[in-house]
Design a binder for this molecule. Structure first.
Ligand code: NAP
Length: 502
């Protein structure tokens, strides 16, 4: 059952104003609007909780993470029901995403038990070293303190209330204050109930988790500006992320803002690959581009190809594949409107040809495909901006040199993809050093949608893909965002953190 309130340190609290959810289908529900006063209460409780939770054993935190996963699974059917209503995503997607969400929680539980993430180092004392003795120095990673998390509209479970940011912070030993996404407040409510139950079952300090629902932008601003918050995890738009990032930097004590923002995820189609399988790549691209109505941060929005008959075969295959996809419901009315606006910008840019026209209205998205030349792409900055939805842009270039020019001109990306055969190695070797400087993940002969949650994953990249190119928001390395290295010099063991024993 939806409670419709905020969870603050173990208590469900209402507020004077309420907002109503806008589900894609099914009933809407009323939710209490968040306030800066509630944010303050949650942050104070998180700080209180830190003095026990931040010093808890890894075993206790692992048990807590497993219990949250169990409690989410126990509410699985209800979560899928409200999640599909609020987002318009199908049952199978919500069920799959729940599997990923509990999988992430369990992965972090196992990860902290191994202890490698603590990155411990010991430079033992050298009392006889000349000309000066060396002191004994130990290094351990420590949790930063209370962390604020902004859920993402496009992953109501895996990147939201108990998603990757929350799991990584809790695993590190950081209490979490979630600013609920107003696109799926009911899903957030049920997941918060699961976390609340896990807190009670494990006897954890209740301030370790709070959910403040939205309905007012002042809530997000209050949370990033709160002096007790020490880091922020965010997934969303470039505009929203940049505004919050700037607020973090302008605080009297600036804090890190780990924002995962926009990306067009370019694909480079090399001549050998085009000669042998242009049609297959075109069909594969259409499938990747339309998965989940194109509402993935890794959606491959741009394909760069050398002009010629193979490029035409590729475009025709993409048109055929995209043309078979009907209207899909988008996550929110606002996202649907932004999609249509983005399409209109591309449509209105000089040198752009529309090769697949469809009609979409209201909260529906249908695919679009546009073609432009390398010269026009380079001349129009707007063509390099993300259109969140199932829209593709093919950039045809004259030759390899032009392809390299496009690569050099790219902004920071979450991913870049090469489609290549053995004969393309020389061109691939020219592109790779450029793409390494542009993207967090580089793929060959695949599509970037579908981000594996594992140790080797980087889901981040230079700005504007993310606000912190040293970090990832997916995979076990994402715990690093909420840790801080501390050196302990000539420290007696009795004063070392419990984690040092490892
Ligand atoms: P968003 O508009 O950036 O919102 C994300 C969260 O931040 C929401 O909770 C929002 O509040 C809050 N917020 C945004 N701007 C704020 C501000 N100036 N002050 C305080 N809080 C603020 O992103 P979205 O709603 O998820 O989707 C909108 C667009 O974001 C999409 O069209 C797409 O372009 C992009 N997007 C990108 C990704 C990605 O993975 N890179 C994922 C999803 C969306 P409310 O809840 O009140 O809206």
């Amino acid at each position: 059952m939806i409670i419709g309130k905020h969870l603050v340190a173990g208590n469900w609290i209402g507020s004077d104003a309420s907002f109503t959810s806008s589900p894609a289908h099914g009933p809407s529900h009323a939710f209490a609007v968040g306030t800066p006063a509630l944010v303050d209460q949650a942050c104070q409780a998180a700080e209180d909780a830190f003095w026990s939770y931040g010093y808890s054993s890894r075993e206790d935190r692992a048990k807590f993470l497993h219990t949250i996963a169990d409690e989410i699974d126990a509410r699985g059917e209800a979560i899928t029901e409200i999640g599909t209503q609020e987002t318009g995503l199908p049952d199978a997607r919500l069920n799959g995403e729940r599997g990923r969400t509990v999988g992430q929680l369990r992965l972090f539980a196992e990860h902290i038990l191994k202890g490698e993430y603590l990155d411990t180092h010991h430079d033992a004392a050298l009392p006889d070293r000349a000309p000066l003795p060396r002191p004994d120095i130990k290094l351990v990673q420590r949790p930063v303190g209370p962390v604020a998390v902004f859920g993402a509209s496009n992953f109501p479970l895996a990147f939201s209330t108990a998603g990757g940011d929350t799991a990584a912070a809790l695993a590190a030993g950081c209490p979490v204050v979630v600013r609920g996404h107003s696109a799926h407040p009911g899903t957030g409510d049920l997941v918060a109930q699961a976390i609340d139950a896990a807190i009670k079952a494990c006897g954890v300090h209740p301030g370790v988790f709070s959910l403040i629902q939205g309905g007012d932008r002042a809530v997000g601003q209050a949370v990033v500006e709160h002096p007790l918050i020490k880091a922020v995890g965010f997934t969303g738009s470039l505009a929203g992320g940049r505004a919050l990032f700037d607020l973090c930097a302008a605080r009297p004590e600036p804090i890190p803002f780990f924002g995962e923002l926009g990306s067009v995820n370019p694909m480079f189609l090399l001549p050998g690959a085009m000669a042998s399988r242009a049609e297959t790549i075109g069909a594969g691209w259409a499938a990747s581009l339309t998965m989940g109505a194109g509402q993935f941060c890794t959606n491959p929005g741009i394909a760069v190809v050398i002009d010629g008959p193979e490029a035409e075969t590729f475009i025709q295959a993409a048109v055929t594949g995209l043309g078979e996809v009907g209207p899909q419901t988008m996550l929110t009315d606002g996202i649907a409107q932004a999609y249509q606006k983005g399409r209109d910008v591309i449509r209105g840019t000089s040198g752009v040809r529309e090769v697949l026209t469809t009609t979409c209205d209201l909260r529906n998205a249908t695919p679009y495909l546009f073609v432009t030349t390398g010269a026009d792409w380079l001349a129009n900055e707007a063509l390099g901006e993300e259109v969140f939805g199932p829209l593709g842009l093919v950039v045809t270039v004259k030759d390899e040199a032009d392809m390299l020019k496009i690569a050099h001109s790219l902004q920071g990306q979450l991913t870049a993809t090469l489609h290549m055969e053995d004969g393309d190695t020389a061109l691939g070797q020219k592109l790779m050093p450029v793409l390494e400087r542009k993207a967090g993940r580089i793929l060959t002969n695949g599509f970037p949608t579908g981000v594996e949650v594992c140790d080797a994953m980087v889901h981040g990249g230079p700005y504007p893909a993310s606000t912190n190119f040293g970090a990832t928001s997916v995979g076990t390395m994402s715990i690093r965002r909420f840790l801080r290295p501390v050196s302990y010099q000539n420290m007696p063991d009795a004063l070392m953190p419990g984690d040092w024993a490892g």
